[in-house]
Ligand binder design. Structure first.
Ligand SMILES: [Zn+2]
Length: 100
């Protein structure tokens, strides 16, 4: 392998390691604080079965849903039928402030 190739491989490994460390750091921080950060929670109502459920939305981690801007086309966890859910208008704080 050439010297340039070795340097390129080394840089690639370093970048991957840094990305993994950063992702783990963000996940741990969000879990510790319980709010803020990347995770947003939405209270969704299924248009098919009309039941409500909480959905934690993690950017870049929606592997089981199709992205449609601020909406998600995904399967309802309660009835299993696929519907479009609007995340933006139903967003709720992960830790709701205590009501006086
Ligand atoms: Zn449903």
């Amino acid at each position: 392998m050439s010297i340039v190739g070795s340097i390129g491989l080394g840089i690639g490994v370093v970048v991957i390691v840094l990305l993994v460390v950063f992702y783990l750091y963000v996940l741990r921080r969000n879990r510790a604080e319980g709010s803020g950060g990347l995770v947003t929670r939405s209270r969704l109502t299924c248009p098919k079965c009309h039941q409500t459920f909480d959905y934690d939305y993690v950017p870049g981690a929606s592997l089981t849903a199709l992205r449609l801007g601020t909406s998600r086309y995904m399967a309802c966890p309660l009835c299993g039928r696929w519907s479009t859910f609007d995340l933006a208008s139903t967003r709720t704080p992960v830790n709701p402030p205590p009501t006086p």
